[in-house]
Design a protein around this ligand. Structure first.
Ligand code: PLP
Length: 406
């Protein structure tokens, strides 16, 4: 009898945001338990609603969007993305350089599949959004992690990046604003990363899906705007800024010098054609969405949900003995540090599992973001303040008696 195992490639792929601890949480839910899931950045599950106008428009468009679109996406959507890129100081993008996707996720995978051969290396941050490492690995390449430094507001460590470059390094992933840390990188730092890329012939993969979710009046700078000479692929989408993660709407745009990457662009075109196209009803609202700035901004200023929830959880977590956290400046995540000595923690996945079983709250352990030490976890601060308050009280209580047993 034939048996069917998972592909050997997948033995090296990890995506623990939806991993074994979440499976356990789902088992508990099936048994009737109420679990607070702080593991996924999915705004709709926490009562965030997409702008009404956008939903109405998509509904109206349903009867015109039954067919496949061009594999790169509707021309009208790509034109708006070109305009948006210009607003962000990225001037050379044309509609031909834009590819829409079923979320940024699909395009991350596609961009790696089109590029990598065994032995090729991609620099990926640690901590990372784990799909990047997974996609590099699945495409047959090697993810080499560079450290982001908690002591410096979680900025990428430039020396560490330099020390990890080899003749096999093909590109560098820059997640700004960052998931899981909530960091927002300053222009000077981005210029340093661009210079390293220039000197070493690296492609920059700029994941900027949170660029419209910036707090404290700060401004997001696109790395592509600082390095028009370099081949940069910028990723963005509507999942987070327009609260429509379920509609799967993302895009990537290529800019800079493509002359040395003709084969790669051909590969991207081929892969893009093979999946026919991305969700067309979702593409049909991109133009309108990119003009709607106020709806998102309202969440980010004092009195807005994302701002107030960030303020609350930042203070509440820092008050817990043994926990410290850097204040995030963007997105809706934070990456607190836990005093491993105090709680005898050697295994961070076990820590979040023990917390789940005891207090019915689901977090993701730092290892799920390719963070090596067992001393961090990620919190999604999308729930309302009363839920965050309960979560912090339960964590505080749990840590008043928790000592990890091996
Ligand atoms: N990139 C980052 C940094 C993310 O945090 C996420 C989702 O959480 C994605 C990409 C994927 O987003 P989507 O596929 O919904 O566009």
């Amino acid at each position: 009898m034939k048996t069917f195992e998972k592909s050997a490639k997948l033995n090296y792929v990890c995506y623990d945001i939806r991993g074994p601890v979440m499976d356990e949480a789902n088992r508990m839910i099936e048994q009737g338990m109420d679990i607070l899931k702080l593991n996924i950045g999915n705004p709709a599950t926490f009562g965030f609603r997409a702008p009404e106008e956008l939903l109405r428009l998509m509904n109206d468009n349903l009867c015109n969007t039954e067919g496949y679109s061009d594999s790169k996406g509707l021309l009208s959507a790509r034109k708006s993305i070109v305009e948006y890129s210009k607003k962000k100081g990225i001037h050379q993008v044309t509609t031909d350089d834009v590819y829409t996707g079923n979320g940024v996720s699909e395009l991350i995978t596609l961009s790696m599949q089109g590029l990598l051969n065994p032995g090729d290396e991609i620099l990926v941050p640690s901590p990372d959004y784990p799909l990047w490492t997974a996609s590099v690995t699945l495409a047959g390449g090697t993810a080499v992690h560079y450290v982001c430094d908690e002591q410096s507001d979680w900025y990428p460590d430039i020396q560490d990046i330099k020390s990890k470059i080899t003749s096999n390094t093909k590109g560098i992933v820059v997640i700004n604003p960052n998931n899981p840390t909530g960091a927002l990188y300053p222009k000077e730092l981005l210029m340093e990363i661009a210079e390293i890329s220039r000197q070493n012939g690296l492609i920059i993969f700029a994941d900027e899906i949170y660029d419209r979710l910036v707090l404290d009046g700060e401004e997001h700078v696109s790395i592509a705007s600082l390095a028009p000479d370099l081949l940069t692929i910028t990723f963005n989408g509507l999942s987070k800024s327009h609260l429509i993660a379920g509609y799967r709407c993302g895009w990537m745009s290529l800019c800079g010098d493509k002359s040395f990457a003709k084969g790669y662009v051909e590969g991207i075109n081929l892969l893009s054609s093979m999946r026919l196209c991305s969700n067309v009803p979702a593409q049909s609202v991109i133009s309108a969405a990119l003009k709607m700035e106020e709806e998102t901004k309202q969440l980010l200023v004092p009195g807005g949900r994302v701002y107030e929830q960030r303020e609350y959880i930042y203070h509440a977590l820092n008050e817990i003995q043994g926990i410290s956290v850097v204040k995030p400046k963007a997105a809706f995540y934070m990456f607190p540090k836990i005093d491993t000595k105090r709680f005898q923690i050697q295994d961070d996945e076990k820590f979040v599992l023990d917390f789940l079983m005891d207090k019915k709250i689901l977090l993701t352990h730092g290892g799920g973001f390719h963070w090596e030490k067992p001393d961090h976890f990620r919190v999604v601060y999308l729930p309302e303040i009363n839920q965050l308050k309960t979560a912090c009280e339960k964590l505080s209580d749990f840590l008043s008696y928790y000592k990890q047993k091996n």
